[in-house]
Structures are given as C-alpha cells and as structure tokens.
Design a protein around this ligand. Structure first.
Ligand code: NAP
Ligand code: MN
Length: 268
C-alpha cells in the first residue's frame, strides 16, 4: 500500500465541509499525510468551480499533482465522485490501480505596449477578452496571418473541457475532451454591410496559435477562468495549447456525452 500526500480543497457549503471532514479521517486512518504544500493528490470537494480554484492553487506543479473531484451538488464536468463514495475513493487511491486521464490547457500570454513584461497564465476552462462599454475592435491573427477584424463585445477562447462552460453560453460547440484543440467564439459580434466577421466559432488545431491584437485603450478586461485581470495598454493576447496538461487520478470513464445530456437536457 502506498502512502500519499493529499490536499483537500473544499467549498464552504455544509455538505462539502462534512465530506472534507470525512476525507481527512479516512485518509489519515490509512496512513496518508494531509499536506497542502507538496501534495501528490489534490482532492476538490464541491463543484466544477471548486476544482477550478484547486487547479489555480497548484497550477505551477502540474507535472507532480493529480487531481480528483468530488461533487456535493450536481454532477460536474471535472467531478466524478459522489460524497457518499469517499471510502471507495480512498481505497482506490491506496491500490495504485487507478485509471488516470489528462486534459489540454490553454496557454495565455498578454503583451503590453508600455514595455511592461509579458504576463503568462494557464486556463482550464477559458480566457475571455471584453471591453468596458465601447465596441471592442481586434485584429485576429491565426498563425501570424490576419484572419479578420472583429468588432463586438468580446471573444472567448476555451479548452475542450471548458467548452461546456462559458463557451457554450456564447454559442460555441461542445468539444469532446480527447480532442487536443482550442476554440475561439465570438461574443455579440457586429455584422453588417461594413463590418464582417466569420460569425461562427472556430476550432484551432494543436500546432496553431491565435493572436488577438487590440486597439490602444485602457478599459479591456481579460478573464482567466474565474479570475478578472483588469489591464491597461494591452497590445495583444496570444493563445495556444499549453505544453502542460491537467492530470486526474482515479478517473471514472463516464461516457462524456452522457454527462453532457445529464447536465443540459436531463431525462428524456
Ligand atoms: P460560477 O458563476 O459559480 O459558475 C458558473 C457555472 O458554470 C456553475 O454552474 C459551474 O458549475 C459551471 N461550470 C464551471 N466550469 C464548467 C465546465 N467546464 N463545464 C460546465 N459547467 C461548468 O463560477 P465558478 O464556479 O467559479 O466557475 C467559473 C466558470 O464559470 C468560468 O470559467 C466560466 O466558464 C463560467 N461562467 C459562465 C458564464 C455564462 O455561462 N454566462 C458566466 C460567467 C462564468 P458548479 O456549480 O459545479 O461550480
Ligand atoms: Mn460555482
């Protein structure tokens, strides 16, 4: 039996607090160590949002950490375990016979006009660019070639696992997470006889990159998952599939389309 260092990140609803408490007891009884600094396994207890938070706490250690999601509310896209299955979960961790899976992440690089150093982020769901209260005008380059001039509210760039989140709300396609690609979707584009964009979401291949060059302004808002990054004088934002991936431990191979139906359609 192997001994693991485990961190538990939970939401603050009653059910999650209880489940986290049960987990601590089960884990320590099995000789595992609770260790938030250098964990081998990060267990998130709550919803998809809780797993997003856990991801950002450990996003600098992705090669060492395996994630695992317990849901205390509805079935999520990153959460496969129920709060009444905790014993089985801890058991699976011990036997080392887990099935693991990894998903692509989005690499985001923000470049500035005023000589400030670039900022670099990883997104698990998506990154969006929006503008305060005026039309956002942006030139979209794919592999360094101008593709279109966008005018509208903004743009969303999502990972395959993020495709069921914000991307879906703005009319993007749901992508199976085994597809190593990212998706660019428009947010309320302006289309008329003068201004023209493609008007549909596009799926960009793994070896390609997208650069969004912005007009000089101080009121852009860039988001990375649940975080807002208010930025002035952004020159451009560069997107590609990250070299890093997120690894899940003890993943249950639930049929992806079953999850999608369960989340968005319900019983037939
Ligand atoms: P939140 O406002 O609590 O989350 C919004 C909802 O999105 C929650 O129901 C959350 O599930 C769900 N969600 C998160 N990741 C998902 C995924 N990959 N697939 C399907 N649903 C997903 O904020 P949050 O929990 O911190 O999550 C941040 C994310 O919310 C952002 O990355 C963005 O994708 C999404 N969001 C969506 C909209 C929109 O659709 N208009 C607006 C803002 C943010 P849980 O309840 O399980 O946490
Ligand atoms: Mn949430």
């Amino acid at each position: 039996m192997r001994q693991l260092k485990v961190a538990v990140i939970h939401s603050h609803v009653e059910k999650s607090l209880k489940a986290a408490d049960t987990l601590y007891k089960l884990l320590t009884a099995r000789g595992h160590e609770i260790n938030r600094e250098q964990p081998d396994i990060v267990i998130s207890v709550g919803g998809d949002g809780t797993l997003l938070s856990a991801f950002h706490l450990y996003n600098h250690k992705l090669d060492k950490v395996r994630f695992l999601g317990v849901h205390t509310g509805h079935l999520g896209f990153y959460t496969d375990w129920r709060d009444y299955e905790l014993e089985e979960l801890v058991e699976t961790l011990c036997t080392n016979q887990e099935k693991s899976v990894s998903y692509p992440l989005l690499d985001v690089r923000i470049k500035y006009r005023n000589g400030k150093p670039d900022k670099h982020f990883l997104a698990l769901n998506e990154s969006t660019i929006k503008r305060g209260n005026r039309t956002m005008v942006a030139d979209i380059y794919i592999k360094d070639e101008l593709f279109e001039r966008f005018r509208g509210d903004g743009l969303s760039v999502s990972t395959p696992t993020g495709s069921t989140a914000y991307n879906k709300s703005v009319g993007g396609a749901v992508l199976h997470p085994s597809i190593n690609a990212f998706q660019l979707a428009e947010i309320a584009s302006l289309n008329n006889r003068v201004f023209r964009t493609l008007g549909s979401p596009i799926v960009v291949a793994q070896q390609e990159w997208v650069e969004i060059k912005l007009q000089d302004s101080t009121d852009y808002l860039v988001t990375i998952d649940q975080f807002n990054i208010q930025q002035d004088h952004i020159d451009s934002v560069h997107y590609r599939i990250a070299d890093e991936r997120i690894h899940f431990a003890s993943y249950r191979h639930m049929h992806f389309w079953h999850r999608v139906r369960d989340a968005f359609i319900g019983d037939l």
